[in-house]
Design a binder for this molecule. Structure first.
Ligand code: B3K
Ligand code: ZN
Length: 843
C-alpha cells in the first residue's frame, strides 16, 4: 500500500454545513442513513466528490433527492456533483457483531459502541473521514436497548428512539455512539460560566459501585482546566462509558468519552494504587482533549502531536498538582526513557511529527505522545510560565473551531513572546534522542562547562543538526549546602561552553527536573554522586544520582563480574531513613533499574547486553541490598503500615509503595514469611498483588496463585492481573512455558485485547524470559500475533513492537528475532497495520 505524505496535504473539495445520521441498530445488519449538506470549499481544488468508506454495503445514494450511482472504489466512492451546494443522502448496511477489529461500530458483551479515531468512521458510512472536515452532527438512534447515547446534548427520547445534537462542529473521528443495557453513576458540575452539566459514568449492571473514583477525577479535572487554563466545559452533559473490549486506553469523543473498563472501574479490593493513578490521569487526559483536540483539532494526522503532546503535558501537570510534582516528574522521565528512548534508539524511530505513514494507527506512539509532551514542557521552560499561559490564551482565542498545524502552534508562541522558534522547530522533525556530553575545566574559581550535543542517525535521517536544549543546572558544595540555585542554560550549538564562578569542590547538578529529553553522559565520581543523592535540592537529580550509582554498580557487576558496590548500599541508607522525604520518593530511590533499562544502557555504551547476566547481576544486587539494609527495611516495613480504611490518595499510596518495595527486598531474607502473611491479611488489591508478586519473584507462589484465582475468578480485570503477574515474574527460563500454559486456560479469551496483552505483553516485559536461550518466547509471541492479526490488526501491530529492540542483542538472538518477524511478515493476508510495522523493523 502507498504511503501518505505530509507534503501531499490538500484541503478537501467541499465543506459541510450539517450532518444528520440515522441508525437502526441490529447486530448483523445495522442500517445507517446519512444526510449531509455539502458546499464547495473555496480553498479546495474542485472535482468530483470523493468519500471514504470501508466494508460498507451501499443500499442507496441520492443528491438533492435524485438517485445517483457513485463509482465504488477500494476504500471509498467517487460521485459527480453539482457545482454549488447540495445534499447527499445515503443508506448503508454494516455488521457490528462481526467487527472484531474494534474499529468503527462494534459490539462488546451485547453493547454497541464505536471507536473512530483515527479512520474508523469510514466503516460506519461514506464520509470525508479526515480531521480538517468539521461539521455539527445530529444523530438519531433506533434500538430496543435501554440506553442510547451519542455526542452533544440529548434532543429527544421517545419509545425506542433517541436523538442527540452536537452544536460544536467536529471531525468524524470524534463521533461516538453507544447503545446497551447500562447503569449510570451520576453527578453534576457547575462551570465557571454557570452552566449546569449533568455527569454520568455508564457501566454494566453490577459495576456501578466502582465508578466513584473516575467521577471524582472527572470533577477535579473540570475544575482544574478552569483554574489553570481558563477553559470551561461547553455542553449540558458529559458522559463516560466503560467497555471491556477496547484497543487502547480511552477516547475523547465529544461529550461521550469511551473508556477501556480498566481505566474506569475501581474499588479498593480490586484496583491497585497504580490503577487509581492511571484512572485519574486518563480521565483527565480525555477530558482535557475537549479543548486541546476537540475545539481545536488537527489539520491532518501528521499533526497528531498537536493534540496528544499538549494533552499529555496537561494531564501530567494535573497529576503533579493533585499528587506530588516531584514524584510525577520522576515517573514521567522514567517512562519516557523506558518507552520513548527505546523507540527512538531502534528501527521504529520517527519524528514527533512524522512525514509519512502507511497506517496512521501505528503512529500513536511514545514519541508522538510522551516526547511530544516533553516538547511542550521545554517550550514552557524556555518562555516561562506566564508567557506560556499568554501563548495558550492566544492559541484558544485564535484557533477555536479550527483544524491546526504545528506551524500554527509555534506561531502563537512566537507572537505571544517575540521569540524566534525556528531552531526549536527541529524537535518536531528530527528523530532520535540527543546525547549531551558535559566536561568541566577549572581555573581557580572559574569553572568552564562544555556541552557537546549530537544525535545518532535514525532510519531515513543520517545527518542531525543541533537542537535547542534548556539545561537546568545548579551546584552543591562539599558540605551539602546549595552553592548555586537552579538556572536554565540554553544550549543551541553543537559545542558550547558556559562559565560559572564556583569554588573548588562544588558539585554540579545538571539537567535538573529532567529539563530536556536527552541522554546525559558525564564522568562523575561515585563520591560526587553520593553527595547529590544526599543533598541535591532538586528531587529529580537527587533520585537520578542514586539511580546512576545503581546503574554503575550493575554495569560493573555485569561486565566485570564485580561484587555489589558497598558505596551504593551505604549511600542509600540515609535517604531511606530520611523522614522529611516523601515515602513515594523514597520508594522510587529504592527501585533497582530494570533489566530492559540496563540492556539499553549497555547497548548505547557499545556493549552487547546478555539478558541472563543482566538478570543475575540484578538479583545479586537485590540480595546484597536486602542483606545490607535488612534492619532498616524491616523497620520501614513496620513503620509504613497503614491502619484504618484504604484510601487511594497519594500520601497513603506512597506509604504502601515504600512498604511493598521493602517487602520485596525482605523476601530475600525471610523466605517470603512477611509476603505470605500480607497476602492473607490484605484488605486491598495493592497489598494483595504486591504480596503475590513478591512470592512469584522468589518462586514460592504456587499456592497463592491458585488462591488468588479462586478468590477473583468472576472479576475480569483482576483476572487480567492474575494472568499478567505469573508471566511477568516467572523466572526467566520458565516464562515462555508459563505463558504457553496460560494460553490454554479456559479464561484466556484472546480476542479481548486486555487479556491478550495481559499474557503476551507480560511475556515481552519479562526481559530474561523473553530473551531466554533458544527463542521459544519469540516463537510463541510470533505464533499468537499471526493468529490475532486477521481478527484485530491494530492490537497485533502494536504488540509487534515487543521485537523492536532486536538490533541490541547478540547475533544468535538477532537471527531468532528477525526470523520471528519474518514469519509474521510472511503470514498470508497480513494486515496493512502489521505489515508496515514488520517492514519498518526489518529495515
Ligand atoms: N485519541 C485517543 C487515541 C486514539 C488511538 C487510535 N488508534 C486517545 C487519547 O490519546 O486520548
Ligand atoms: Zn490523547
Amino acid at each position: 500500500p502507498r504511503a501518505t505524505l505530509l507534503s501531499e496535504y490538500r484541503p478537501f473539495s467541499h465543506l459541510i454545513d450539517a450532518v444528520e445520521l440515522d441508525f437502526r441498530l441490529a447486530p448483523n445488519a445495522t442500517r445507517v442513513r446519512s444526510r449531509i449538506a455539502f458546499r464547495p470549499n473555496p480553498a479546495g481544488e474542485g472535482g468530483p466528490l470523493r468519500l471514504d468508506g470501508e466494508g460498507l454495503t451501499l443500499i442507496s445514494a441520492r443528491i438533492d433527492g435524485k438517485d445517483v450511482a457513485p463509482r465504488i472504489l477500494p476504500g471509498g466512492l467517487v460521485c459527480e456533483v453539482p457545482d454549488g451546494p447540495f445534499t447527499w443522502e445515503a443508506e448503508v448496511e454494516i455488521d457490528p457483531a462481526s467487527n472484531t477489529a474494534l474499529e468503527g461500530l462494534y459490539m462488546s458483551n451485547g453493547m454497541y459502541c464505536t471507536q473512530c479515531e483515527a479512520e474508523g468512521f469510514r466503516k460506519i458510512t461514506y464520509y470525508p473521514d479526515r480531521p480538517d472536515v468539521m461539521a455539527p452532527f445530529t444523530v438519531r438512534i433506533e434500538s430496543d436497548l435501554p440506553v442510547l447515547l451519542s455526542n452533544g446534548n440529548p434532543a429527544s427520547r421517545e419509545g425506542g428512539v433517541a436523538e442527540w445534537h452536537d452544536p460544536h462542529p467536529k471531525p468524524a473521528y470524534l463521533f461516538a455512539l453507544v447503545a446497551g443495557d447500562l447503569v449510570a453513576h451520576e453527578d453534576a458540575f457547575t462551570t465557571m460560566e454557570g452552566r449546569e452539566v449533568a455527569l454520568a459514568v455508564w457501566v454494566r449492571p453490577g459495576d456501578e459501585g466502582k465508578c466513584a473514583y473516575a467521577m471524582d477525577a472527572l470533577i477535579r479535572s473540570m475544575r482544574w482546566d478552569e483554574t489553570e487554563y481558563g477553559r470551561p466545559y461547553d455542553l449540558d452533559v458529559f458522559n463516560i462509558v466503560a467497555v471491556d473490549d477496547f484497543n487502547m486506553g480511552a477516547m475523547e469523543n465529544k461529550g461521550l468519552n469511551i473508556f477501556n473498563s480498566r481505566y474506569v472501574l475501581a474499588s479498593p479490593e480490586t484496583a491497585t494504587d497504580g490503577d487509581y493513578g492511571r484512572i485519574e490521569a486518563i480521565v483527565a487526559h480525555e477530558y482535557f482533549h475537549n479543548w486541546t483536540g476537540n475545539r481545536i483539532t488537527c489539520r491532518d494526522w501528521f499533526q497528531l502531536c498537536l493534540k496528544e503532546g499538549l494533552t499529555v503535558f496537561r494531564d501530567q501537570q494535573f497529576t503533579g498538582d493533585m499528587r506530588s510534582p516531584a514524584v510525577k516528574r520522576i515517573e514521567d522521565a522514567h517512562l519516557l526513557r523506558g518507552r520513548q528512548f527505546r523507540e527512538d534508539n531502534g528501527p521504529l524511530a520517527h519524528p514527533v511529527r512524522p512525514e509519512s505513514y502507511v497506517e496512521i494507527n501505528n503512529f500513536y506512539t511514545a514519541t508522538v505522545y510522551e516526547k511530544g509532551a516533553e516538547l511542550i514542557g521545554m517550550l514552557r521552560r524556555l518562555v516561562g510560565p506566564d508567557a506560556y499561559r499568554r501563548a495558550l490564551d492566544l492559541y484558544f482565542e485564535r484557533h477555536d473551531g479550527e483544524a491546526c498545524t504545528i506551524e500554527d502552534w509555534l506561531a502563537v508562541f512566537e507572537d505571544a513572546t517575540g521569540r524566534d522558534l525556528a531552531q526549536f522547530k527541529r524537535w518536531y522533525s528530527q528523530a532520535g534522542t540527543p546525547r549531551l556530553a558535559v566536561e568541566t575545566a577549572r581555573d581557580g574559581n572559574a569553572l568552564a562547562v562544555t556541552f557537546r550535543q549530537s544525535t545518532p542517525p535514525t532510519p531515513g535521517q543520517p545527518e542531525k543538526r543541533p537542537v535547542v536544549l534548556p539545561v537546568a543546572l545548579g551546584a552543591i558544595g562539599p558540605d551539602g549546602t546549595e552553592l548555586m540555585p537552579t538556572r536554565v542554560i540554553e544550549v543551541t550549538e553543537a559545542e558550547q561552553t558556559e562559565r560559572f564562578d564556583l569554588p573548588e569542590g562544588a558539585v554540579l547538578s545538571i539537567l535538573r527536573d529532567f529539563s530536556a529529553p536527552v541522554i546525559l553522559t558525564r564522568e562523575q565520581s561515585a563520591q560526587d554522586r553520593a553527595l547529590l543523592l544526599a543533598h541535591d535540592t532538586d528531587p529529580f537529580n537527587k533520585w537520578e544520582a542514586g539511580r546512576t550509582l545503581a546503574k554503575d554498580a550493575l554495569v560493573a557487576m555485569i561486565t566485570d563480574d564485580r561484587a555489589p558496590d558497598t558505596a551504593y548500599l551505604d549511600a542509600l541508607a540515609p535517604v531511606l531513613g530520611d523522614e522529611t522525604l516523601d515515602p513515594a520518593f523514597r520508594a522510587l530511590v529504592l527501585a533497582i533499574p530494570s533489566d530492559d533499562d540496563l540492556a539499553q544502557t549497555l547497548a548505547s555504551a557499545g556493549t552487547t547486553p546478555d539478558p541472563q547476566r543482566i538478570d543475575r547481576a540484578r538479583h545479586a544486587l537485590i540480595g546484597a541490598l536486602a542483606k545490607h539494609l535488612e534492619e532498616q527495611l524491616s523497620g520501614l516495613y513496620d513503620a509504613m503500615r497503614i491502619d484504618g480504611p484504604y484510601s487511594p490518595d497519594a500520601g497513603d499510596a506512597g506509604r504502601r509503595s515504600l512498604r511493598n518495595a521493602a517487602l520485596l527486598l525482605l523476601s530475600h531474607r525471610d523466605e517470603g514469611a512477611r509476603a505470605d502473611a500480607q497476602f492473607e491479611a490484605a484488605d486491598n488489591m495493592t497489598d494483595e498483588l504486591a504480596a503475590l508478586t513478591t512470592l512469584l519473584r522468589i518462586d514460592r507462589a504456587d499456592e497463592s496463585v491458585a488462591r488468588f484465582h479462586d478468590r477473583w475468578r468472576d472479576d475480569r480485570l483482576v483476572i487480567d492481573k492474575w494472568f499478567s503477574v505469573q508471566v511477568m515474574h516467572a523466572p526467566g527460563p520458565k516464562a515462555a512455558d508459563v505463558a504457553a500454559r496460560l494460553t490454554e486456560h479456559p479464561a484466556f479469551d484472546w480476542k479481548n485485547p486486555n487479556r491478550f496483552r495481559a499474557v503476551m505483553g507480560a511475556l515481552g516485559a519479562n526481559h530474561a524470559g523473553f530473551h531466554a536461550e533458544g527463542g521459544t518466547a519469540y516463537d510463541l509471541l510470533a505464533d499468537w500475533l499471526v493468529r490475532l492479526d486477521p481478527v484485530n490488526p491494530q492490537t497485533t501491530a502494536r504488540m509487534t513492537t515487543l521485537f523492536e529492540t532486536w538490533p541490541r542483542y547478540d547475533a544468535d538472538r538477532q537471527a531468532l528475532m528477525r526470523a520471528a518477524l519474518e514469519r509474521i511478515g510472511n503470514a498470508p493476508g497480513l494486515s496493512r497495520d502489521t505489515s508496515e510495522m514488520v517492514s519498518r523493523m526489518l529495515g
